[in-house]
Structures are given as C-alpha cells and as structure tokens.
Write a protein that binds this ligand. Structure first.
Ligand code: NOJ
Length: 747
C-alpha cells in the first residue's frame, strides 16, 4: 500500500513537472530523506508517533515541558523566542529523549521578526515580489538566528471586505497578485536551497477564511466549489508549487464543513490534485472548535475527524495527544494514518536539517537583528508600499520654500502602532516614527502638536493645533488606526476615521494652510468625507520599523511614490464587499443618477434599473491598482502580436509607456483580461500580469509583456479547468478602471 502510494506520488510529481513551466517543487522528492524517515518511523512507538503530532505553546518555564519532551510527547512548540531556552528545549529532545528527534520551533513571523516590514497588505501595494521576497529572507535570517525554523506565514486569504480585521495580514482582494506574493514569500522564507537560515513557510488559512460573512472574523463562509477553484485556491496552489513546506487549516466552516475536518480540501485537492507532501497543522484549537461549530461531539470525536481529514499536527487542542492512542486501539483510526502524518512532520524536520543542526548559535543571533541592510530593505519596502491617493501639487514639499511644518495626529509618533498587527518581536525602541524622521529631514522646521493622543480619543476643540497651524506653512497630519484595531478578531463595522480624527482634519482645514494627511491603517478606511479637507493623501498602511524615514523621503520628494491599491477603497462601508473583478451582471451599471440627483428633480425616488446603490452609485472611492506619482504616465500604441491564439499560445503585448512629467518615477503597469463569454459568467476583468517600470522625466519606452493563454483557464460549467475558446479583451493600464480594451480571440 505504502509503495503504491509512493509510486502514484512519483508519477504525480513527474506529471506536475511536465505540465508546468514554473519550478515544480515537492517537499519530499529526496529518496535519501524518505529512507531516513522510514527507518526512524520503524523504531517509534505509537505514543512517540502521536507525540510528534502535538504542538504546544511554550514561553515561560522550561520545567513545565521538560518531562513531556523527554518522553517524546511534543513534536513542535510555538511562542518561544529566547534562543537559550530554545537550545535547552532542543537539548532535552536530542539528548534525553529515546529517539533524539529535534523539535520544530514555530512563531508568527508575519512581516518581519525584529526588523518589521509593512503589514502584508502594504507589501502587496508595492507590486514588487522581489522586494517582498527579500523582506521574507531577512525575516528568516533574523528569526532562524534565534532558533525559529517555522513561520506561520504567508497568509493567502483573499479579502474583499475591509471590515475583516485580518485583511491587514494578506495581499488583498486579487487572486493573481496574491499568488505572486505567495511565491515570493515562500521563496524568501525558505531560501533558494534549504539550510540553517531557512524557515519553513506555512500557507494559511486553508481555505476561504477571508470570505467571512459580514467581514466578521471567524464567521462562516459559503463559497461554491467554483469560487474556491477560480478565486481562493490558486494562491495556495502557486505556493505549493513554489515549495511551501507546511499549511494551516482555517477556523471557518465553508458550506457547513469546518476546514480542519474537511477531507475534500485537505485530501482530494491538496494532497491528491496538487501532490502536497508537506505538513498540515491546525490553527490554534481549530480542531477543538469543531465542537462549538456543532461538527463533533467531544474532543475525541473531533480528533478522529481531523486526523481522518488529513491533519498531521494539532496546535493547542490536545486532541491527538489525548485520544489518538485509544482511537487506534479501538480500530477507529488505522495506525497507517498516524504513520502518514508523522512522515509528513519528520520530512520537514529532516529537510530543514534539524537532525544535523538542532542548536542555534546564541551570539550570532544577536548580531543579525536590525542589521543595517535589514533596516534599509524595510525602508524601501515602506516607501514602495505607500500609495499617493490625492495630490493637488502640495507634495512633494519644497524644502526651500517651507519654514514651519506642523506635525500632528495620533500616528505621528506612535512607535508601536506603526508596526501593525502581528509584530510580536519588533521593538518600539528601534522604530523610527514620522516625527523623528521629519525632524531630521527638516531640521529646525518641525513643530509638533499631537492634537489627539490616540485615534479613538474624543475631542471637540482643537484650539492649540489650529493656532499652530495658522503659523505654519504646511500641516502634516498622521491619522489612521492603531495596530490593535485590525488583525485577528478585530473586525469593524464602521470604517470612517475613528474617534475625532475627521474633526481634527476639519479644524486644521479652517486654519487655511495646506493639509497633507498620511493614513496609517490595517485596512482601506472610508476616507471620502475627509478628502475635501486634504490637499494630499498618502496611504501608508502600517509601514513598520522604518515607516518614519520612508514617509519623510516621500513627503520631501527624495523618493517618488509608486504604491498601488491592493484592494478597492470604498466610499462607504455599506458598499462592502466591492471588488474590481466581479462578475458581469445582466444589468450592469450605466451611470444612472443617484437619489440625491433625482430628488432635486420632481421628487422621483428611483429610475434604477441597473446594479448600483441609489445613494452611492456603483463605483468605489479608489479602484484596485490605483495610485498616483509625483510624475504622470501615459500609455499608447498598445498592440498584440496576433488577433487570435491557440489555447497553448502566448499573448505578446507591446506598448509605449511615457513619463509625461518632470521627474523620474516608477509606474506599476497592469494587464487585465476579460473572457467575454464563458460556459459560466466571468469577471469583468482580471489581473494577469504586472511590472514595475522606472522612467526618467520625459522618457518613453516601448515595453513587452506576456500573458500565457493557459493563465486564462478557469473552472467552467463542466467542472474542468480549461481555456474556453472565444472572444477576449485586454487592457494595459495604470489601474483596474482605466484604459481601452484590445480584442483578441482564442481558437
Ligand atoms: C491563530 C491565527 O489564526 C493564526 O494565523 C496564527 O498563526 C495562530 N493563531 C498561531 O499563533
């Protein structure tokens, strides 16, 4: 049986390798490693095997765990970052347990370990996979130097509802962008080849978690198989192909089946279709939570369901360690199922080289943290992640003409909060805030009046700030939300600037001086009502350790903004979920009048026969892909190399991009495609390629981009993924709402 599976698997590997151009990576294609795993398993007792399947949260007193480690009852720990303690945990496992199996030490290293990069949503705004990969590599260098060899990242949940606080942790709303970021992060964490600086990536949360109903965290999802396959699964598949070593099941139930007990996604798709032979871990107690879900009666029941569905490791339910032995003894779970899980776990330990190098060099660990090159990469990432949403010309500030700058707002000097959610290990003392950086960039010119001590503070009068604004040449207001307002369990139903921040902006406006707002937040907030009070708006999400210097460089014009919206910015929360790649309705919006316009005409309330909101229309505040620069770009001469392509062909696109302004800048060129008629209705357009291009002032360049026709395949009516021949349209533009389509056919 074991050999048949190995044979089938080997065939699958060959098949995958033959069918794709990307590096076909399977975690376990090393026969030597497979042999070592087999030998080790043959020496393990059932109890030791089940011990490997148990992950516990450490932190604190080692003596609490020493005995269990010695008896081989813990396969992995999370939440210990002290290298001395980690070494001691390892020593007990390696030297004092019967078989000497090292521990897999995990941590949520989500956007940097000590050096904190922008939150993942901000990283996605860079549209720069290379830079994102570099950031992940740096996170690995820092974390592995302290003994952490497994990170619970990247989060690949497509998020189309900004109420969901965890939108901060992913790449936003788009499947293609998410998949490219997924590959980049996996590459960065694990490295090109596995060595002691490799941290196993964990792609999460499998699957659909970001589609929580109402944007409320942990809520149910109701995704059809087609939506899963066309929208939610491709980033996971891309990450698996890129070699992701581990995967985490999600908290949600989709269409009634909690992911941790979902055989269809874990076995049929992940293992069967994609050939994944890495490690599957539950989310924190997500096995236990199948009880309140109403999917299992007690911990024994859910342990059985999870292991049979394909879970290898239990994070913090203690269901496997407490019940698997009796389940095997009773014949309810076959020992071969346990063997398979242990095989998947040991494979990661062998591949990471833990058997050869279980210990970490404590001194090296210290030296690596916050290295100059790391801070530099964090600064570049923060620069590229900032999106210029509005600018009447006030930015960049002209240092020669500005004598006094008022810096204000709750995020101007909030060293912890600019780090964003999931930055456990980033230290406040190393964070450079905008206030600090601006004082350095504009010596003697900065006056700081906080206005609001924190975002939620309620205040009606701002006399002190307004008086200072009157004396200043420009006002720089740093607004948004603290780290704690986004992230896990932190969903919001109101997405306007919280507290009295809008009132602060209005008060600043009354001083009559130009106001530049920089918003730091974990999500796209609804800032429409604030725009009239701003001459410019920079949206920087939570930019991390080097957010201050990055923003000072952008504001001063030393760096030209190039970030683009990785998610649609809504006018009002009631528009959620709104995303650019929606399906075409039978009654697409045609610019019909709003209620306010109609009321002015004879009190008639509605003529609406198309898909829109009477009060807010059908358009967002800023579309996906949007972002300004201090220069301007124009697109022309967009040509395809043919009018029709075979299904295995490649669309070669050429176009001219011109920098029509007076300074160098970087444009994120985006290619969108629409499949005009399908066996099922198709999105109005979907991103299929992007590239960052830097042009000098006045420069024009003819550029080429490619889209493989195979990338236009989708899961149609017959449940088969394929390209459906017919008419297509293609746009090359600077955002998802611009440009003119070029037609082509697939035959
Ligand atoms: C729960 C979160 O959902 C998951 O993303 C995280 O990795 C685990 N806790 C471990 O901290």
């Amino acid at each position: 049986m074991k050999y048949t599976r190995t044979l089938i698997f080997a065939l699958l590997v060959i098949l995958v390798a033959a069918c794709t151009e990307r590096k076909a990576t399977t975690v376990g294609s090393d026969p030597e490693v497979e042999k070592r795993i087999g030998e080790l398993i043959s020496r393990m007792t059932l109890s030791e095997k089940i011990g490997q399947m148990n992950q516990v949260s450490a932190g604190g007193d080692i003596s609490n765990y020493a005995d269990a480690l010695r008896r081989g009852q813990i396969g992995s720990i999370l939440n210990e970052v002290d290298p001395v303690k980690i070494n001691e945990f390892q020593r007990i496992c390696v030297e004092e347990s019967r078989l000497g199996i090292p521990l897999l030490v995990a941590r949520d290293v989500i956007h940097g370990f000590h050096t904190i990069f922008p939150i993942p949503l901000g990283l996605a705004a860079t549209f720069d996979p290379e830079l994102v990969s570099e950031g992940a590599r740096i996170a690995s260098l820092e974390a592995t130097a302290q003994g952490i060899r497994w990170t619970f990242s990247p989060m690949l949940d497509i998020a189309r509802d900004p109420r969901w606080g965890r939108i901060a942790e992913g790449s936003g709303e788009d499947t293609w962008l998410d998949a490219r970021m997924a590959e980049a992060m996996v590459r960065g964490y694990q490295g090109e080849t596995l060595d002691t600086t490799s941290m196993a990536a964990c792609i999460k949360h499998f699957v659909g978690y970001g589609a929580a109903e109402g944007g409320r965290d942990y809520n149910s999802t109701f995704l059809t198989e087609r939506q899963l396959r066309n929208v939610y699964l491709p980033p996971f598949e891309a990450a698996v192909k890129a070699g992701a070593m581990t995967l985490m099941t999600s908290f949600n139930d989709n269409d009634g089946v909690p992911s941790t007990g979902n055989t269809f996604i874990l076995k049929d798709i992940l293992r069967g279709e994609w050939g994944f032979d890495g490690l599957v871990v539950t989310d924190w107690n997500s096995m236990g939570e199948m009880i309140p879900h109403g999917f299992g009666t007690d911990r024994k029941d859910v342990a059985e369901k999870a292991v049979k569905a394909g879970v290898d490791m239990d994070m913090m339910t203690f269901g496997f360690i407490s019940h698997l032995e009796e389940l095997v003894a009773a014949g309810s779970v076959k020992e071969s199922v346990i063997d398979e899980a242990v095989r998947n776990i040991l494979r990661i330990k062998f591949l990471l080289g833990l058997f050869e190098h279980p210990y970490v060099d404590v001194e090296r660990g210290e030296a690596v943290q916050y290295a100059e090159a790391h801070l530099e990469a964090a600064r570049r990432s923060a620069e590229e992640s900032a999106i210029l949403l509005r600018n009447d010309g006030i930015l960049p500030l002209d240092p020669g003409r500005i004598r006094t700058i008022l810096v204000t707002g709750p995020m101007a000097d909030a060293p912890h909060d600019q780090l964003g959610t999931w930055s456990f290990d980033g230290q406040k003392a190393h964070t450079v805030t905008p206030l600090q950086a601006l004082r350095e960039r504009f010596p003697g010119k900065v006056v700081y009046v906080p206005g609001l001590a924190y975002s939620r503070e309620k205040r009606e009068r701002f006399d002190d700030v307004v008086a200072t604004a009157r004396r200043a040449d420009v006002v720089l207001a740093f607004l948004g939300e603290e780290a704690i307002l986004s992230g896990e369990a932190h969903s919001l139903a109101d997405l306007n600037l919280i507290g009295s921040q809008s009132a602060l902006l209005a008060a600043l406006r009354s001083a009559g001086k130009p106001v530049v707002a920089t918003v730091m937040a974990g999500r796209p907030l609804t800032i429409e009502r604030d725009l009239p009070n701003c001459n410019a708006v920079l949206y920087s999400f939570h930019p991390g350790t080097m957010g201050g210097p990055a923003l000072a460089n952008l504001i001063s014009g030393d760096v030209n903004p190039s970030g683009k919206c990785p998610v649609t910015f809504l006018r009002t929360v009631g528009q959620a979920p709104m995303y650019y790649s929606h399906n075409m309705t039978g009654r697409p919006y045609n610019g019909e009048k709003l209620l306010s316009e109609i009321e002015a005409e004879a009190g008639q309330t509605s003529l609406g026969n198309t898909s829109y909101y009477l009060d807010y229309g059908a358009c967002p505040l800023f579309p996906f892909g949007y972002g300004l620069s201090y220069t301007t770009f124009s697109y022309s001469d967009i040509r395809l190399d043919s009018q029709s392509y075979p299904v295995d062909g490649t669309v070669n696109i050429s176009f001219k991009l011109s920098n029509t302004g007076d300074r160098e800048g970087t444009e994120v060129v985006q290619v969108y495609v629409r499949d005009v008629v399908g066996s099922v209705t198709r999105p109005v357009k979907e991103l299929k390629a992007f590239e960052r291009v830097t042009l000098k002032a006045g420069e024009s360049r003819t550029l080429q981009l490619k889209v493989a026709v195979a990338e236009l395949a989708f899961w149609g009516l017959d449940g088969v993924k394929k390209v459906e021949p017919g008419d297509f349209q293609l746009w090359v533009a600077g955002d998802s709402a611009s440009g003119e389509p070029v037609a082509f056919k697939v035959k």
